[in-house]
Design a protein around this ligand. Structure first.
Ligand SMILES: C[S@@+](CC[C@H](N)C(=O)[O-])C[C@H]1O[C@@H](n2cnc3c(N)ncnc32)[C@H](O)[C@@H]1O
Length: 231
């Protein structure tokens, strides 16, 4: 295959726009509603979203991932044997179907006794209006390229105070909410601080990335809900 020419492996219309999987040489790309969502050139920060959260929690038995994408965050969660159950919530039904069919090796074999894929809007799940129910020890959100580069404009509500407060509510005591971003997001940090209770902890973790000749500042945004784990 000519590595410069992408081959479309699958594409399907959804109520939220078309979702497509493309292969360019060895690289797999996900395009959502005409917007580049991610590729496999460098998935280190998708993995770090999981590992940075999990190593900060003493007993992350129940985990929620918002945004299946190409499954790198979900797989990194499942690599931790302390995780007993993972709910992955994905808006694009075709992507979940392709994962279940094993269309590409990157997405194949995710669902098993410990992991369920759900088709839903994670904002609705966090409000208790759809999909699986919490509480979760760890909630990981990666549904856009960050709050400043949205895949779907309606996701803006997730990063605003009401959306973040809903995410905090579904955390078990001592639980962690972590949001991935492809850029520093001072407004998100401020909104997390605004919804946090005085005994919660909020932090920004910088993730420097070198991609295609450029130095980029990716970041994770964390809120730890106060309380005794397991209490
Ligand atoms: C950047 S990708 C996630 C990448 C993922 N962390 C990985 O490791 O492959 C974003 C995903 O979130 C999904 N998405 C976008 N908005 C969503 C929403 N409101 N609820 C659930 N999933 C959503 C997109 O369809 C896409 O699959």
């Amino acid at each position: 295959m000519d590595p410069a020419r992408p081959e479309t492996l699958a594409r399907e219309k959804t109520p939220d726009g078309e979702v497509a999987l493309r292969r360019r040489g060895d690289v797999l790309e996900l395009v959502v509603d005409g917007t580049f969502a991610m590729d496999t050139v460098d998935t280190s920060t998708e993995v770090l979203l999981a590992t940075e959260a999990l190593h900060r929690h003493p007993a992350p038995a129940h985990v929620l991932v918002g945004g299946l994408g190409l499954g790198f965050t979900a797989r990194a969660v499942l690599d931790d044997p302390r995780v007993r159950h993972l709910d992955v919530v994905e808006l694009a039904a075709p992507l979940v179907a392709w994962a279940r069919d094993g269309l590409v090796p990157e997405l194949a074999g995710l669902e098993d006794g410990r992991c369920r894929l759900h088709v839903a809007d994670v904002a609705q799940v966090l409000r208790g209006a759809a999909g699986p129910a919490g509480p979760w020890d760890v909630v990981l959100l990666d549904v856009d390229n960050g709050p400043g580069f949205l895949v779907h404009s309606r996701n803006a509500g997730l990063y605003a105070a009401a959306g973040l407060a809903a995410a905090r509510e579904v955390l078990a005591p001592g639980g962690l909410l972590v949001v991935w971003s492809s850029h520093r997001a001072p407004d998100l940090l401020a909104d997390l601080r605004a919804v946090a209770e005085p005994t919660d902890a909020v932090a920004e973790v910088a993730l420097p990335v070198h991609r295609e000749g450029r130095d980029l500042d990716y970041a994770l945004y964390l809120l730890r809900r106060s309380g005794m784990v397991g209490g």
